[in-house]
Design a protein around this ligand. Structure first.
Ligand code: NAD
Length: 515
């Protein structure tokens, strides 16, 4: 019998126990740096001829660990191992799989600060962001455990004279999980444990920047009782292994979260039927965003400014849900901009181990990419804050940056930058603001700050995003509370943490018996 689901609470790091707990986590992980994240196939570590270094983005000369570099042959072997484990795993009673999934969450909860500290070192997350990521991972395990039991119930269908009829859901098979670095535990765990709790088996390819965090999960999953072969681990270069996993005719599904460019390429490749392939691959690609927060003249501007800044700069703006466009109606545009600049300027930038509000971006490549966007933005709009790098320990720091006077079709307003950069757009009125908000190819998160009931209701209807937030920040969706996933080019709307998620990895069998 599983405990009732409730979301994992967050710590208050003003409290001494929480602060000391996190410091102990940092110290413990600090003494383990330099370990190795191996390939794991069928429960066994597999040696590879080369390894890559995973570094601390706040201090690139610090090696967090090394990771095996798998190749295409290992990708095939891992998929074979997943199929090898499938018959037994899928035929277990759902309650048994659910208990194991729940146990993974419980084990992670018992080691919350340690797992968060890994993210502080390897992903550059401050304490609050890292803990929230671990809490989400825990929630995914527990929530999907419950969903697995629910999904095992026979479906409600009508009776028919002279027959018994029954319809049930069953797992689809072995699939590939390809995850991003920005929620290196939560998204990897959610995309893995969902299908696995439903009875599937997987090959997990972590993001190249965060292999140690994924390795921590793999070890916990084994400790929780996940049998060999059910979750195989395959660190290595995305284009090589990812392509092979997607192309493999035995791959039954691909569960991807990452950039639009890679997501579209996966969708294209997976649509090609390979020799020997016996099914249509199921493909879920959750991709980027250009998320907008609208503030109208009836809003509480102080509250709105707080929420804009939290949504724009949490984890350096490297969230698919981050506020990258602030759309302010003309009447309050100047006042709101002043408040946002003032609050942003007050954010300190520094090492995640010291828990600064703003830390480094993930990598040298990301730093170059965001800096280039800032440079090109200078010719499009007014740079009113930031724009430069912060020189500290060689870390990949960028100042929190604000562009004002951005026009709705500018690159700054259309293209996902994925860094600490906010574009502020002036709208004539509320209707204009909604039209601007809907004018990108994306549709992930959005927000409205307003005290007008009528406008809130219109936003609910007309603001075309998968996750809409009224009078609060637009990041931080909770598992089981705010199922998460976008519209349009933001992806397949898989709705992670929602009641239908496991259904995506299941198929329905209807059985009729004549009486
Ligand atoms: P990315 O697309 O570069 O990489 C994602 C994963 O794909 C990594 O594991 C990578 O190694 C792998 N990969 C790279 N090339 C591949 C290929 N050719 N074939 C198969 N796999 C390949 O994305 P990222 O930089 O890790 O993550 C940031 C992006 O993810 C942003 O665009 C962000 O908006 C998006 N994101 C979306 C959501 C969502 O729920 N919609 C959540 C988090 C992040």
């Amino acid at each position: 019998m599983l405990d009732a689901f409730r979301t994992e609470p967050y710590s208050d790091f003003e409290r001494v126990e929480a602060k000391v707990g996190y410091e102990l986590g940092l110290a413990g992980v600090g003494s383990q740096l330099g370990g190795h994240a191996p390939v794991v196939i069928d429960g066994r570590e597999v040696a590879t001829s080369s390894a890559s270094e995973s570094i601390n983005p706040a201090q690139p000369d610090q090696i967090v660990g090394t990771a095996a570099v798998a190749d295409a042959d290992l990708a095939d072997r891992a998929m074979d191992a997943a199929w090898g484990a499938y018959p037994q795993w899928s035929s277990l009673p759902a309650e048994e799989r659910a208990e194991i999934a729940h146990r993974i969450g419980d084990l992670m909860a018992a080691r919350k600060y340690e797992l968060a500290a890994w993210q502080t070192y390897e992903a550059g997350k401050n304490w609050t962001e890292a803990e929230a990521d671990v809490a989400e991972a825990i929630d995914f395990c527990r929530y999907y455990a419950h969903q697995a039991v629910t999904m095992a119930e026979p479906l409600a269908i009508h009776g028919y004279p002279g027959e018994t009829n029954e319809s049930r859901l069953q797992a689809v098979g072995a699939g590939a999980v390809i995850s991003p670095w920005n929620f290196p535990l939560a998204i990897l765990v959610g995309m893995t444990v969902g299908p696995v709790a439903a009875g599937n088996t997987v090959v997990v390819k972590p993001a190249s920047n965060t292999p140690m965090i994924g390795w921590g999960f793999i070890q916990i999953a084994a400790e929780a009782g996940v049998p060999p072969g059910v979750i195989n681990y395959l660190p290595g270069p995305g284009p090589v292994i990812g392509d092979r996993l997607v192309d493999n005719p035995r791959t039954r599904f691909v569960n991807f979260t990452g950039s639009k460019e890679v997501g579209l390429e996966i969708a294209r490749r997976a649509a090609v039927v390979q020799p020997g392939q016996r099914w249509l691959k199921r493909v879920y690609v959750e991709m980027g965003g250009k998320d907008a927060l609208i503030v109208d003249e009836t809003a509480d501007l102080e509250q709105a400014a707080d929420d804009v800044v939290r949504s724009a700069y949490g984890f350096q703006g490297q969230k698919c849900s981050a506020c990258s466009r602030l759309i302010a109606v003309s009447e309050i545009y100047d006042d709101l901009l002043d408040l946002v600049i003032e609050r942003t300027a007050a954010l300190t930038t520094g090492p995640p181990v010291e828990n600064h509000p703003v830390g480094p971006v993930i990598s040298a490549a990301q730093h170059r990419s965001v800096a280039a966007e800032i440079d090109s933005g200078r010719s499009e709009a007014d740079l009113v804050l930031g724009g430069g790098s912060v020189d500290r320990d060689g870390g990949y720091y960028l100042e929190p940056t604000i562009f004002a006077g951005v026009t709705p079709n500018a690159r700054l307003a259309q293209h996902e930058i994925f860094g600490p950069v906010l574009s502020v757009i002036r709208a004539a009125d509320f209707d204009d603001a909604v039209a601007i908000a809907n004018s990108t190819e994306f549709g992930l998160t959005g927000g409205l700050h307003s005290s007008s009931r009528e406008r809130i209701d219109r936003a609910k209807r007309d603001f075309h995003v998968g996750n809409l937030y009224i009078n609060r920040k637009i990041t931080g969706a909770l598992v089981g509370v705010q199922p998460f996933g976008g519209f349009n080019m933001s992806g397949s709307n898989a709705k992670a943490g929602g009641p239908d998620y496991l259904r995506l990895f299941m198929e329905m069998k209807s059985v009729t018996e004549r009486l």
